[in-house]
Design a protein around this ligand. Structure first.
Ligand SMILES: [Zn+2]
Length: 268
């Protein structure tokens, strides 16, 4: 029997069975369409042993509480029960927040001795997970109110001045009307780098980080901002050593590798 890992972001969903190439498709944002997608895509693997599913959502008692980058019809749904109605799964269904699951991928492949590491997702939203040898903790670093732009911009979550309001793809689009991947303006990206460096300054002091790893679509623009983020951190951080900052080698597959690892650990 096969175990399956799935990582769904606001834009793309990745599926991995541990053998074939990672399948990458557009995320179905409505709940009903998403369930139909799961049923159709995973039918060929039935019976499935363990399924691990990473979603851009917060859960409580197995139900979706907040999913700002998916449609509203996800809120309150018991996804595990719904999946069992449409697919034959003999073992566990593990449903976790996306950044936590990406952290399992990092823990296996990229932690090295740099413990603790903070994984930061720069994508439609901004998320993070603290990764150590012994645990992975999802953190709402995107919703810390640091007001990096100084403009108290409204965040998707309803707060003003969140990191996500300034550094996410959604925030950039809201402010400039252009998607981050289409922005060529060097001055914009230099400022973005400084703001990111200021964000890193706060989290480095908080967790005494040894390493910061980045994933997410905005990382395509890293040559325009990453060095500035490093410079800002080096120029401002004093009390604790400066962490390594780089792009994750797993890239956007960190989540689906982590999901598969979670699924196979549970079924072994
Ligand atoms: Zn927020």
């Amino acid at each position: 029997m096969t175990s399956i890992g799935i990582d769904s972001g606001a834009t793309f969903t990745r599926v991995w069975d541990g053998q074939h190439a990672v399948l990458k498709v557009q995320t179905r944002r409505s709940y009903a369409a998403y369930l139909q997608f799961l049923a159709e895509t995973l039918k060929e693997y039935e019976p499935i042993q363990t399924l691990a599913l990473a979603l851009p959502a917060l859960f409580e008692h197995g139900r979706v509480m907040v999913a700002p980058n998916l449609d509203e019809d996800w809120v309150g749904k018991d996804i595990e029960a719904a999946i069992r109605q449409v697919l034959h799964i003999t073992g566990a269904i593990l449903i976790r927040q996306d950044t936590e699951v990406a952290g399992y991928g990092i823990q296996e492949h990229e932690l090295a001795e740099l413990d603790p590491t903070l994984l930061v997702t720069l994508s439609s939203g901004v998320g993070g997970a603290l990764v150590t040898k012994s645990c992975v903790s999802p953190l709402e670093v995107g919703h810390m109110v640091l007001n990096l732009s100084g403009e108290s911009r409204l965040c998707e979550c309803g707060q003003y001045g969140c990191v996500e309001a300034d550094l996410s793809g959604t925030g950039i689009y809201r402010h400039l009307g252009t998607r981050a991947e289409h922005l060529e303006d060097a001055a914009f990206w230099s400022e973005y780098g400084s703001d990111l460096g200021q964000f890193f300054l706060v989290v480095t002091a908080l967790f005494k980080l040894r390493q910061i790893l980045l994933i997410g679509g905005i990382c395509q623009r890293a040559p325009l901002f990453l060095e500035q983020a490093r410079r800002h951190l080096a120029a401002t951080l004093r009390y604790v050593p400066t962490p390594t900052i780089r792009l994750s080698r797993l890239g956007d597959n960190a989540g689906v590798y982590g999901a598969y690892r979670l699924a196979t650990q549970r079924s072994s």
